[in-house]
Design a protein around this ligand. Structure first.
Ligand SMILES: Cc1cc2nc3c(=O)[nH]c(=O)nc-3n(C[C@H](O)[C@H](O)[C@H](O)COP(=O)(O)OP(=O)(O)OC[C@H]3O[C@@H](n4cnc5c(N)ncnc54)[C@H](O)[C@@H]3O)c2cc1C
Length: 214
């Protein structure tokens, strides 16, 4: 279909922040045709930043983070089943539940995902968690509330540092392993990362820099 053809159906894949704001922008721009938003998770778009902060410390419940939206009821939400593949020639999005959605235009806003632990068997061991989505945060919060003897955080990026902080706020012993010379080094550089590392150390985080978990 050429770019000047009338647009009657838009499918947005990914029901996160970008998908929601993209869909709102389409409506604001005057698009009044069919609008479908497909999300792999069974939740309306929610805010992820609190997952590694207030949700872990218990100050906010994971189900209280639904993003405010200006979308009216005229949206077909397909939540809980991911888009599986795209037939670009036929202009159809196929979902994992077997359904198919035709579109004139599509927006792919599927975000990113946590890098999985390289050994899938080890990744499934009891007590091993990733943190990316709402369900992850609920599971990790439950594990922290059970007061483990020590928490090991692998990765000293933003999320790893925040989890280590949350553990200290909960009074839990925590070790943070970071391959580089400072936490947050890639995002903030060695100098600022060093300051963050010193703040962690003062608050009782056992920092292992220049170390990797094998
Ligand atoms: C724990 C955590 C803490 C964070 N803290 C901060 C912070 O303090 N400050 C900050 O600026 N940023 C923070 N971020 C980053 C911020 O949340 C992201 O930048 C933001 O979520 C990106 O939005 P997005 O819509 O592009 O992607 P996402 O939020 O990842 O949304 C993409 C959605 O697409 C869905 N999806 C994926 N594949 C498919 C498919 N095939 N079919 C259908 N749906 C699919 C996913 O389930 C997801 O819901 C944090 C992220 C995490 C995980």
């Amino acid at each position: 279909m050429g770019s000047n053809s009338p647009v009657r159906a838009i499918v947005v894949v990914g029901a996160g922040l970008a998908a929601l704001r993209g869909a709102e922008a389409m409506r604001r721009a005057g698009y009044s045709g069919s609008l479908t938003i497909v999300g792999a998770e069974p939740y309306s778009p929610y805010d992820r930043p609190p997952l590694s902060k207030h949700v872990l410390t218990g100050h906010i419940s994971a189900d209280a983070m639904t993003l405010p939206s200006s979308l009216d009821g005229d949206v077909d939400w397909r939540l809980g089943s991911p888009a599986d593949y795209l037939d670009r020639a036929a202009q159809v999005v196929h979902l994992a539940d077997g359904s198919a959605l035709s579109y004139d235009r599509r927006l792919i806003a599927t975000g990113t995902r946590a890098r999985p632990w390289p050994n899938p068997h080890e990744a499934k061991l009891v007590g091993v968690y990733s943190l990316r989505g709402r369900d992850d945060a609920v599971a990790l919060r439950a594990a922290l509330v059970a007061r483990p003897k020590r928490v090991l955080v692998i990765g000293g990026g933003l999320i790893g540092c925040e989890v280590a902080s949350a553990c200290r706020q909960l009074g839990l012993p925590v070790t943070l392993v970071q391959p580089g010379p400072a936490p947050l080094g890639r995002a903030l550089g060695r100098y600022i990362g060093g300051i963050v590392g010193a703040m962690h150390a003062v608050r009782g985080v056992d920092l292992r820099l220049g170390a990797e978990v094998e």
